[in-house]
Each structure stands twice: as structure tokens, then as C-alpha cells.
Design a protein around this ligand. Structure first.
Ligand code: CA
Length: 487
């Protein structure tokens, strides 16, 4: 194909009007457009999609880049318990984005066999789960099998793996292959998480969530990378905080994918808000964490002490939130250095060479050469662009109302609130005991009436908050008119 045709095809796919700032951002990519198409980076993505919304944002952007010919997504593995359900959700999302040809696999539980319960806003989209393409195709191949097949088929181009979730799958796969095979077939690894880099060696930063899901897997995998000399980047949370997204951009996302993001976003925010203000239900979340990650008020900020001491309403929290889209930032990293440099996202001059590792976002003051404003612009434009390009077709695939499963709670809001002081105390005691969730039983192992298995009735708390919001200005957020129920 001639360069001119190549360029015309690319321009035809730009979902914005010529002459706009957004259009210009796409044009900037023309010089790095891989030609021939076979020169595209072959990407494998491992994701716990729909745990938080950042995985979905990452997938929305990367599938767009796949359509534009910047990369080729060769496989997506949904891992983290329940991975089979997650694979179904992922299948629907990818289908709605117009890329049904991308193979999907169901990975490991990501926890080395440990139990976990899904959160109240996780994998609740009944419409996405019950589409014909999911009902007819009940079983997904395993992540291991799919990755192995792909590696064996793939002789011309090394694979690039983007890890947006537990490292169990990649660790197990690398653990069973010999060095020569891995060096031949895997060229680059990008992880959302953290590395501690010393004397050209790397260790996982276990404070990073994806490493903490399965710390042994993270350590084994990182050791192996070092032995193999496969280069790797870690994208830490500070980059995502600095490039935090205005919530108002979500309002512009249409079609079923946009609707799902807009259903989940306020719930995710509410869950973080409630947990942080009701410590110790989730011991790792507190108000300082909320201020730092979502409102960008760190401990050095003069407002920090005041805000810690003052009450914080959900309305105020939402109005001042810039959503840290952790996985979406790492996804940008997976598009490669030429992409990042072309858009001014990566500004340092240091090139990655064999046997080297980079950490973006080691601390708020050291983002490793990332320009957060340019990263933010790219996230916004390509997220919206991907939805603009796909929502009409997606709305044909899923044309009716979307319904989400809403849990029914044994406890009422009133009775929960009455018990809350006791539950807090009890949760605290249980955490001291080393039990992860402290809300099921009291310290004499006696179940607490009414909330034995369900934790706080988040949806009820959220709905009550939404009723109150009618009198509070919360302009940046779209709230769905009514929750869909399963029956
Ligand atoms: Ca993730």
C-alpha cells in the first residue's frame, strides 16, 4: 500500500472534525504510523476489567489504537476472580468497540486460590453478561493456553505484554518456559504498578496493588525479567494522579459503553469515599488517601490539615475529584516510546536499552520524564474519540435499556446506621485480629444480625446520597435516572 493511501485511510478514521485540537492530535501520529501494517506492535493485555473503571478506559483507548493501525491487539486475558465472568464482560466491551476479532481468554483467579467477593459495583451489568455471543460461547480458553498458542505462532514479531492486573498469569507462564524461548518471543513488558530499581536490578514495589494481589508471583516474575534481560516499564500511581481526569468528560461518552462507565463512575467514587471516611472497613483507605489520590491535595499542601479536620461531603468530593486512571496511563505506555514522544507525553531524552527498566511516577515530584498535561490531553481525546467512533454501531448491537443487578440487602439503611458505631468498633477489633473483613462476625465469632454476608449496604447508602444530591450542586457527574434491577 502506498503511503498516501495509508494516510488517507488513517485520516478517514479520525472521529473529530478537521481543524480541531483533537484532530490535530491524531495528525501528530501520522509520522509514527507503522507501515507496513505487519510492523505494528503486537500487544497482549492482561486485565481485571470492571473491578475499577480504569481498565475499561484502557481497553477503550487501546482498541481505538488497534483500529487506527498504531498497534495490533493480539490477545486480551481477563484474570482475577471471577475471571470467567470477567471474560464475558470483556467480550461484550470489545464487541461493542467493533473489534470482535480480538481473541479473549479467561485467566487465573489472580489470587493464588484465595477467596474474594465481588464488590457491589463489579460485574453487575446483566445486559452485557447476557448477550447471545456470551450465551452461545460459554467457555473461554485459558489465558495460559491462549498465550502459549500466540507465542508459538508468532515468529516475526516479539510480543509486548501489558499487565493491568495480578501478575499471576504472566508469572506462571514465564515460570514454565525456557529462557531462550521467552527472549525470542517477548520483547517488552509494561506493568501498572511499581518497581524498585537499584543497581540495574528490579524488585516489585509491594505497595502497588497489582503486586499485592499475589506478591510471590510479582517477585518471581520480576526476578525472571531481570535474568532474561527483557526491558520493562512500571507505571505508578503518581503519574495517574498528576494526569487525573475531569469527571465532566464522562458525560460526553455515549452508547452502551459510555452508559456503563457513567453507571459505574459515581458508584466507584462513592465506595472509595464511604470506605475512606468510615475507616477501618477498608484499612488501606483513609481520608488522607482520598485527598491525595482523588483531590490532589497532598500532605505538603497547606489545605491538607484543614481538609482532614473538616467534614467532607460527597458533593464536594466529587466536584474536586480528578479521576486517576491508573491502567489507562500504563496503556498509553504500551503504545511505545515513539508514540509517547510524538505527543509530548514522554519528555526525557533517555532511551531504554536492553536490560533496563524504567519507573514512571516514583514519587509526585519524579514522574520519570512524563508530562502529565500532555498525558491528560491524550487520555481525554482518545477515550472520547474511541466512543465517538464506535457508539452508533454499539447502540445497534445493544439497543434496549441496560440493566444492572442491584443487590437486595437484609439490613435496612436505618438499622445499618444504628449499628454503625458498633460495627466500626468490631471491624477495628477484627482487623487487629488479622481478619481481612471485620464486618461479618463480632469478636465472639457471633454473626451480626442482618449483615452476615454482605458488608455495608453500599447501594442503599449510595441511593440515599443521590437523593440528597438533588439539593447539592454536583455538576460534573452524570447520575443514571434509576438503577436497573435484575428481575
Ligand atoms: Ca486493573
Amino acid at each position: 500500500m502506498s503511503n498516501a493511501t495509508h494516510e488517507t485511510q488513517f485520516r478517514d478514521k479520525i472521529p473529530y472534525d478537521e481543524g480541531t485540537e483533537e484532530y490535530k492530535l491524531y495528525e501528530d501520529l501520522l509520522p509514527i504510523l507503522p507501515s507496513p501494517a505487519s510492523a505494528r506492535r503486537k500487544l497482549v493485555i492482561i486485565t481485571d476489567i470492571d473491578m475499577d473503571i480504569d481498565d475499561m478506559i484502557a481497553i477503550v483507548i487501546l482498541v481505538h489504537m488497534h483500529h487506527l493501525g498504531i498497534i495490533e491487539i493480539a490477545l486480551i486475558i481477563a484474570n482475577y476472580r471471577p475471571s470467567e465472568m470477567r471474560a464475558k464482560f470483556l467480550r461484550t466491551v470489545v464487541h461493542l468497540l467493533g473489534a470482535n476479532e480480538i481473541p479473549i481468554a479467561a485467566g487465573t483467579d489472580g489470587l493464588g486460590g484465595a477467596e474474594r467477593e465481588t464488590s457491589w459495583h463489579e460485574l453487575r451489568n446483566l445486559t452485557f453478561a447476557n448477550q447471545t455471543w456470551n450465551i452461545e460461547k460459554m467457555e473461554y480458553p485459558t489465558g495460559y493456553h491462549s498465550l502459549d498458542k500466540l507465542a508459538h505462532q508468532n515468529d516475526t514479531q516479539k510480543l509486548v505484554v501489558l499487565c493491568l492486573s495480578s501478575l499471576q498469569d504472566i508469572s506462571e507462564y514465564f515460570g514454565k518456559q525456557d529462557d531462550e524461548f521467552l527472549r525470542k518471543h517477548f520483547g517488552y513488558i509494561i506493568v501498572q504498578g511499581g518497581y524498585i530499581i537499584q543497581d540495574r536490578s528490579i524488585k516489585p514495589d509491594l505497595k502497588a496493588m497489582n503486586n499485592s494481589f499475589h506478591p510471590e508471583a510479582a517477585a518471581t516474575f520480576t526476578d525472571r525479567l531481570h535474568t532474561l534481560g527483557i526491558p520493562s516499564d512500571a507505571w505508578g500511581k503518581e503519574v495517574a494522579v498528576a494526569a487525573g481526569l475531569d469527571l465532566s468528560i464522562f458525560k460526553e461518552l455515549d452508547g452502551p459503553v459510555g452508559k456503563h462507565l457513567n453507571w459505574k463512575l459515581p458508584r466507584q467514587l462513592y465506595g472509595f469515599y464511604w470506605d475512606a471516611l468510615n475507616k477501618p472497613f477498608k484499612p488501606h483507605l483513609d481520608k488522607a488517601w482520598l485527598l491525595e489520590t482523588h483531590m490532589r491535595i497532598d500532605r505538603t499542601n497547606p489545605a491538607f490539615q484543614t481538609m482532614i479536620a473538616e467534614p467532607l461531603s460527597f458533593g464536594k468530593f466529587v466536584d474536586q475529584t480528578k479521576l486517576p486512571a491508573y491502567d489507562a496511563c500504563a496503556a498509553m505506555g504500551a503504545l511505545g516510546d515513539p508514540f509517547l514522544r510524538r505527543l509530548g507525553i514522554l519528555e526525557n531524552t533517555q532511551e531504554i536499552s536492553d536490560q533496563s527498566y524504567r519507573m514512571f511516577g516514583e514519587s509526585p515530584g519524579n514522574l520519570g520524564g512524563i508530562n502529565p498535561e500532555n498525558l491528560n490531553l491524550a487520555l481525554r481525546v482518545f477515550l472520547r474519540g474511541s466512543i465517538k467512533a464506535s457508539y452508533e454501531n454499539a447502540s445497534k448491537l445493544i439497543s434496549g435499556r441496560i440493566t444492572w443487578f442491584v443487590p437486595s440487602y437484609e439490613t435496612t439503611l436505618e438499622s445499618f446506621k444504628k449499628k454503625l458505631p458498633y460495627l466500626r468498633e468490631n471491624a477495628h477489633n477484627k482487623i487487629e485480629d488479622g481478619t481481612e473483613r471485620g464486618i461479618k462476625k463480632d469478636k465472639f465469632s457471633k454473626p451480626i444480625q442482618g449483615i452476615e454476608d454482605e458488608g455495608p449496604p453500599y447501594e442503599l447508602l449510595f441511593q440515599e446520597e443521590m437523593l440528597q444530591q438533588q439539593t447539592i450542586n454536583m455538576e460534573s457527574l452524570t447520575i443514571d435516572d434509576a438503577p436497573g434491577n435484575g428481575d
